[in-house]
Design a protein around this ligand. Sequence first.
Ligand SMILES: NC(=O)c1ccc[n+]([C@@H]2O[C@H](COP(=O)([O-])OP(=O)(O)OC[C@H]3O[C@@H](n4cnc5c(N)ncnc54)[C@H](O)[C@@H]3O)[C@@H](O)[C@H]2O)c1
Length: 373
Amino acid sequence: MFVGIPREIKAGETRVAASPESIKKLLKKGLHVRVEKSAGVAAGFADKDYQMDGVEIVDSKAAAFSCEIILKIHKPTSEEISLLKPNVVLISLIEPFNQDGTIEKLASANVSAIGMELIPRTTRAQSMDVLSSQANIAGYRAVLEASTHYGRFFGMMMTSAGMAKPAKVIVIGAGVAGLQAIATAKRLGAQVEAFDVRAEVKEQILSLGAKFIEINVGEEGSGAGGYAKELSEEGKKKQILGLSEKIKKCDIVISTANIPGRKAPVLITEEAVKGMRTGSVIVDMAAANGGNCTLSEADKIVTKNGVTLIGITNFPALMPADASNFFGNNLVNLLSLIVETKDGKPEIKWNLEDDIVAASLVTHQGKVRWSKK
Ligand SMILES: NC(=O)c1ccc[n+]([C@@H]2O[C@H](COP(=O)([O-])OP(=O)(O)OC[C@H]3O[C@@H](n4cnc5c(N)ncnc54)[C@H](O)[C@@H]3O)[C@@H](O)[C@H]2O)c1
């Protein structure tokens, strides 16, 4: 049974769905692998790094797609779907929320497609959770990006030529990306404060050595499944007001507030940006999803009112070797749920009762299984 690893073609993407390390794990399951030529080059993996017994480096996209299982980062284009054979298993991001016709095309091509963004955030699924593995990298890289655009030190510096004060960093949203951003900014020596509408993350913020920003929004912000719920209009106003006061006094904002499947909440207004001193930096990690800041622009770095607004939407692509390795390992762990190896021979076994499979299998046996809740 062959697993295909095509080269990603989405603009700006440098990652690949398998690293040499994750491929070794596929081979151990008795699977064979076809890697499209140069698929890993942008991520820092040469074709020769994949050369192992059981791996073929293939020249054409069609050859990489002519396998029983396909591993990818991004959802396939229409042209890529046309290369898939019936009954193939595709595991990648699928973006079902976009409702752009991809899942209907996958169903009519009789592809069993697993959407990696649909995997539940449970302890058992943690090793398969690409959103977490990639957000962790993104939170780290976002702080480094902020530091290169900030014309000052992050940590306190005492030198014979003068003293530099530590940067004041505010992190909004303390989920996976936010917690990593807090840890990274702390490691660089910044003074860090953080806010989240879910009261239960206060402890995690404090445990990283940051201060928790207390804003009374007048309601409970925790929703189902460990995610936040949308605040009422009144609650939103209170939050924006409380945050604006804090933002005026800080140098860097890393904003990660998000509720899955919804547009990002607007938390940083033009007024708040105007209140910041010249040279300050805002990293709007939610830029792809509408943004937490009204002035940030997706995929752009712009300066407005003297404040640099960073709207990079694919931070993991800036650290593609580790990002690909983590993503590839997540894919292999997921694959273990549907591939059983007996006497060295791998077989696909569907258990639709499994909560992870049930939540993430978007199309199967010619039908769309996913529906917007
Ligand atoms: N730019 C990139 O390269 C990149 C990469 C990965 C993730 N992201 C984005 O970063 C964001 C965070 O990702 P994540 O995986 O950490 O998500 P997450 O769900 O783990 O964390 C989001 C956090 O935001 C909090 N939140 C929601 N509404 C809020 C509000 N009104 N005020 C304060 N906090 C609020 C939630 O409680 C949660 O803790 C998402 O928008 C995601 O799409 C961007």
